[in-house]
Design a binder for this molecule. Structure first.
Ligand code: HEM
Length: 426
């Protein structure tokens, strides 16, 4: 799949990084796990049955790679880059459409697509959503309020972004339930790998059909929504083709869903596990903006970015990187790097400046960052305000994490909403 790594001096330590990071102990305590990887070296050699990659562990090197024009996102732009899954004959075209999005493109293709979508996905558009996000959050909290134990993931963190994006896209009201159900199945965290995608194939076909009908509808009946804006986005006469449009919408759904679920889920858990910081946020709600940035840095909803490829021979931290090598950037490790952040292992909601790399950096910097921030900035305080006695309903060692190196998120997070010692009316 990727070019073998040649010998270089110093030689990167060989390690199955994925196995290392997906151990339950590493999920629960990523600090120790990432600190160990950084100690092992700035570049590690990860080889498994399906990939061979050089893994970059430290903040400074991750940043340098993200700004380096000699690094490509599109394997096809690298001579000797080898074939990726998207170029395989057996890969169904619908997968190519969904997976071959702008994250995997380089200039000029990437710039063209990004300019077009940026016209539609403006910070002002996101800012206008404030009131709606507040209302959806309030409704979800109302529905959960009568439960003695709520599941933060199922009751709030998951349905909030799903509802927001369905509305943003302009899915007509009568079809929203169906759309949300379909999306929930396609974006099921359990399906967030190639095997899951293959298993989910029938749902992807249905989603593709649904999105094409939506695009058609918004061509004929424009609304004040994202699909309408994408249909009409025009850059000097250039427009998105229908396939590009579908691919873009799918990217927004895929990139924006579980990531935001993880920010809200991991963020609330981190606050509950750091009662001093939780109390500080309750006492000084105006700290919410720096708190969200710190929760992004500290809890790392996204652990790695999409793979990068060396266009030419280069050197990272003194290690020779042969042309064609696949690079895996450990964003989470960069965010916890003690050489970049003072007391990196401490959650400090007042941390400012906070130059975390949770949304990436450079040309592919997260397009949805303003939306993710709005949702978390509203959902987390609303939850804390509604339930002053909020606490974990299970011991910390019973909290279940999903096994995924790319994304760090909880399967569920049972929370008691009654103050300690208080009994709920039955
Ligand atoms: C806490 C929530 C989120 C986190 C931590 C996050 C993180 C990231 C990261 C690290 C990247 C860079 C990928 C790379 O360089 O390979 C990225 C890109 C992207 N994100 Fe997000 N994201 C979040 C939410 C969202 C949302 C809500 C949306 C949209 C609805 C979104 C849409 C995108 C898109 C379209 C890209 C690709 C940008 C490009 O290639 O130019 N993200 N995100």
């Amino acid at each position: 799949m990727s070019t073998p790594v040649e010998s270089s001096t110093p030689k990167p330590v060989r390690l199955d990084v994925q196995r290392e990071l997906e151990r339950p102990e590493a999920r629960a305590d990523p600090f120790a796990a990432y600190a160990r990887l950084r100690r092992l070296g700035p570049v590690l050699h990860w080889r498994s049955w399906f990939t061979e990659s050089l893994v970059i562990t430290r903040y400074e090197d991750v940043m340098n790679v993200l700004r380096d024009p000699r690094i490509a996102n599109d394997r096809r732009n690298v001579a000797d880059g080898g074939k990726g899954p998207l170029e395989r004959w057996w890969m169904p075209s619908i997968m190519k459409l969904f997976l071959g999005s702008m994250v995997m493109k380089d200039p000029p293709d990437h710039r063209r697509l990004r300019n077009l979508v940026q016209k539609a996905f403006t910070p002002a558009m996101v800012e206008r959503l404030n009131g709606r996000v507040e209302q959806i959050t309030a409704d979800l909290l109302d529905a959960a309020a009568n439960k003695p134990v709520l599941d933060l993931i199922a009751d709030l963190a998951l349905p909030l972004p799903l509802t927001v994006i369905s509305e943003m896209l302009g899915v007509p009201e009568p079809e929203r339930m169906q759309f949300r159900k379909l999306l929930g199945q396609v974006l099921d965290p359990g399906a967030m790998n190639l095997a899951g995608f293959v298993f989910n194939y029938a749902n992807m076909v249905r989603l593709n059909r649904f999105l094409r009908r939506l695009v058609q509808l918004r061509r004929e009946q424009p609304g004040d929504d994202l699909v309408t804006a994408l249909v009409h986005a025009d850059e000097g006469g250039d427009r998105l083709s229908e396939d590009e449009l579908i691919s873009m919408v799918f990217l927004l759904l895929f990139a924006g869903h579980e990531t935001t679920v993880n920010l809200i889920g991991n963020g609330v858990l981190a606050l509950l596990q750091h009662p001093d910081q939780l109390q500080l946020l309750r006492d000084r709600p105006e700290l919410i903006d720096t708190a969200i940035e710190e929760l992004l840095r500290f809890t790392n909803p996204v652990g790695t970015v999409s793979p990068r490829f060396a266009r030419e021979d280069l050197e990272i931290a003194g290690v020779r990187i042969p042309r064609g090598s696949t690079l895996t950037l450990l964003l989470a490790s960069a965010n916890l790097d003690e050489t970049a952040f003072a007391a990196a292992d401490r959650l400090d909601i007042t941390r400012n400046p906070n130059r975390h790399v949770a949304f990436g950096f450079g040309a592919h910097y997260c397009l949805g960052a303003p939306l993710a921030r709005v949702e978390a900035r509203i959902a987390i305080p609303a939850l804390l305000q509604r339930f002053p006695g909020l606490r974990l309903a299970v011991p910390a060692d019973k909290i279940r994490w999903r096994a995924s190196m790319g994304l760090r998120g909880l399967e569920s997070l049972p929370l008691s909403v009654a103050a300690a010692g208080q009994r709920l009316a039955t």
